[in-house]
Design a binder for this molecule. Structure first.
Ligand code: FAD
Length: 323
């Protein structure tokens, strides 16, 4: 067992930006461990994404099959196992996404190996793999040594810098056999994508709403503001938990970590678990009736006021500017 295997991610057949973050993290680790670096993508029709997934990989494994899209955990696990069988890595990195959260723990159990999820830093100490991740609501950073012959790590996206490296030395296409039918039938992929609009973790502008919106009937204020600036829609956890919008929009420790140029937080108090997900935002704007809300400690700009009075003027002006 040797080598670092890096899984990228695709959206609609295109390479997701998090993939290059994984590639950079993988390259640094492979160098520190003095082991080869390989890449992998899972999907159906991966040629375009493979062109973009430049990480200086010795081999880029393309795990392909019509049954791999839309995603199911069973198919993803079968694909990942095919790549692991092909290159027998000592470390495998995955972007920490809603999907990998579901299937990578199952993969670890099947391989009977160690897994640490949602890591924000990776280091090699001799042959040991030491990873860091926020724990206790993000107030403490824990360090873990990952054990096992094929050590698995999911890496938080939007935290590390991504950059394209050299083209792959070789491309290995693997036709993944369809696993036997499972007990899960995917019925709402289309709905979730339509709702999502601009993909949250790749978005450069985000308008995010919290419990201060008062209820789902007011959610259109957030959607209109996001549409006016061509941004994605985010939310705090209570909003997702209450079912006002799907949990795919949740920003924060137990949601998505985002890295936009502009993050507008509307009616969000600024709990540490929410702030953990926006720490890499360039500019944060807070709109809140409570001038003492913690969100203002992170905000670069703030408006103390009722969103119902603030947002309509903002939307009108944004529409004027954008034409
Ligand atoms: P509140 O804290 O209720 O804040 C509402 C805000 O709206 C207030 O500041 C209020 O002043 C303001 N407001 C009210 N009316 C108006 C108005 N008319 N106009 C403008 N402002 C108004 N939370 C997350 O968001 N993401 C996570 O990933 C996450 N993970 C968690 C993980 C764990 C293990 C735990 C324990 C908690 C987690 N939480 C997470 C929950 C977190 O602790 C907070 O409870 C949550 O972020 C609060 O959401 P909120 O700011 O929308 O609601």
């Amino acid at each position: 067992m040797a080598g670092v295997l890096v899984f990228g991610d695709t959206v609609g057949g295109k390479l997701a930006p998090a993939s290059l973050e994984m590639a950079v993290a993988g390259a640094e680790l492979a160098q520190a461990l003095n082991e080869p670096l390989n890449g992998a993508l899972i999907g159906d029709g991966l040629d375009a994404a493979a062109e973009e997934f430049k990480g200086g990989f010795a081999t880029l494994h393309l795990l392909e099959g019509k049954h791999l899209r839309p995603y199911t955990a069973r198919s993803a696990i079968a694909a990942a196992r095919a790549a692991i069988d092909a290159c027998k890595p000592s470390v495998v990195l995955f972007p920490h996404t809603l999907e990998t959260r579901e299937w990578v723990p199952r993969l670890a159990a099947m391989l009977d190996t160690g897994l640490v999820m949602d890591c924000t830093a990776l280091a090699a100490e001799g042959s040991d793999l030491v990873v860091s991740k926020p724990v206790y609501g993000g107030g403490v950073v824990g360090q873990y040594v990952v054990r096992g012959t094929t050590r698995l790590v999911t890496v938080r996206t939007g935290v590390l810098e991504g950059a394209a490296g050299a083209a792959s030395g070789a491309v290995n296409k693997i036709a993944v056999a369809e696993p036997a039918a499972g007990r899960v039938t995917l019925i709402d992929e289309q709905k979730a994508q339509a709702e999502g609009g601009v993909r949250l973790k790749d978005a450069t502008t985000i308008v995010s709403g919290g419990r201060g919106l008062g209820g789902p009937d007011n959610w259109h204020y957030i959607e209109e503001a996001a549409a006016a600036i061509g941004g994605a829609v985010g939310c705090s956890r209570p909003v997702a938990d209450s079912g006002w919008v799907s949990s795919a929009h949740q920003v924060g420790l137990s949601g998505t970590s985002v890295k936009p140029d502009l993050y507008i937080a509307v009616g969000i108090s600024g709990a540490v678990q929410h702030l953990a997900g926006i720490s890499n935002s360039s500019t944060v704007v807070a709109i809140n009736t409570d001038g003492d809300a913690d969100m203002f400690t992170r905000a670069n700009y703030g408006v103390v006021g009722d969103y119902k009075e603030v947002l309509p003027g903002f939307v009108e002006r944004a529409k004027q500017i954008r034409g």
